[in-house]
Design a protein around this ligand. Structure first.
Ligand SMILES: N[C@@H](CCC(=O)N[C@@H](CS)C(=O)NCC(=O)O)C(=O)O
Length: 269
């Protein structure tokens, strides 16, 4: 172990009590859930993952004392934290090293802006595309739940998932019109991510909060066979594969070819 890794570790141990194992509440396939898991791993924080069923998760989170209804939700160091960005900030406060944000001001601002883009603009279209496809291919849910820690057997969860999928499509406004627009948006978002990489905001040797936030959405999009060919050859695809080599889930082709046109036009080369 190097000297800096040693001092990093001892700084962490000083901050944490022996009861500091975290519990991460997430949903199978959740991209902000994966981003949070990556940040916990990066900081060397031990955690137990608990997968909830979509939609039902909202009531469960309330019942166990969280104020919001979305995952990721994290119990750690006596705190209940919710939201991938909020969790990232709190983790830096609780376990400062390795930091998720650069210390220099201009760099920090640029990473925060990229992280905000990842959370507010990139996450949702990917989520809408997934739910639209899952509604038409519920069996694909097995692949996303392959290693999930659900409270009921995965087979039963998938067989009884029709109302959950219908409600998720509704909550996420995954209509034909919106999903067509989401695919088109993804094309310009991929350009923006490639720019962040070429500008050195993300994609450096040491990942930051924006790397985790953005890579999780890009990697989830790459589980969709219709989208993967437009993402894989790009720097954005390389980054997602480097940070998250394995991501459970696979959706066979299902999007109308016409909706994929903006991604084809946008393909680099
Ligand atoms: N921007 C929020 C998004 C949280 C969010 O919408 N999470 C989804 C899962 S990816 C959720 O909890 N959905 C509730 C449900 O599906 O029932 C974050 O990054 O934490």
């Amino acid at each position: 172990m190097t000297g800096s890794a040693l001092s990093r570790n001892s700084a962490r141990l000083r901050t944490l009590s022996p009861m500091s194992k975290a519990t991460l509440y997430t949903l199978p396939g959740s991209h902000p859930g994966i981003a949070t898991a990556l940040m916990l791993d990066y900081k060397g924080i031990e955690y137990e993952r608990v997968d909830l069923m979509p939609v039902i998760s909202k009531a469960v989170l309330r019942a166990i004392g969280f104020s919001g209804t979305t995952v990721p939700a994290l119990r750690f160091a006596g705190q209940k934290l919710q939201g991938s960005v909020e969790i990232a900030r709190a983790l830096d406060g609780l376990v400062p090293e390795p930091a998720l944000l650069p210390t220099g001001l201009p760099e920090r601002e640029r990473v925060l802006e990229a992280e905000q883009f990842g959370e507010r603009e990139l996450q949702h279209p990917v989520r809408q595309i997934l739910w639209w496809l899952l509604k038409r291919n519920r069996d694909a849910m097995y692949s996303y739940a392959e290693n999930a820690k659900l409270p009921i057997p995965t087979g039963l969860a998938v067989r009884t998932a029709a109302p959950v999928v219908a409600a998720s499509v509704h909550f996420n406004k995954a209509s034909d019109e919106n999903v067509k627009a989401a695919v088109a948006t993804l094309a310009s978002h991929l350009d923006r991510i490639d720019d962040y990489i070429s500008d050195g905001v993300i994609g450096n040797e040491e990942p930051n909060a924006a790397d985790f936030q953005i890579a999780a959405s890009v990697r989830l999009a790459m589980t969709v066979e219709d989208l993967r060919p437009a993402i894989a050859p790009r720097p954005a695809g390389d980054l997602a594969m480097r940070l998250i080599p394995g991501y459970d889930g696979h959706l066979p082709p299902g999007l109308p070819q016409e909706w994929l046109e903006p991604l084809r036009e946008d393909r680099p080369g």
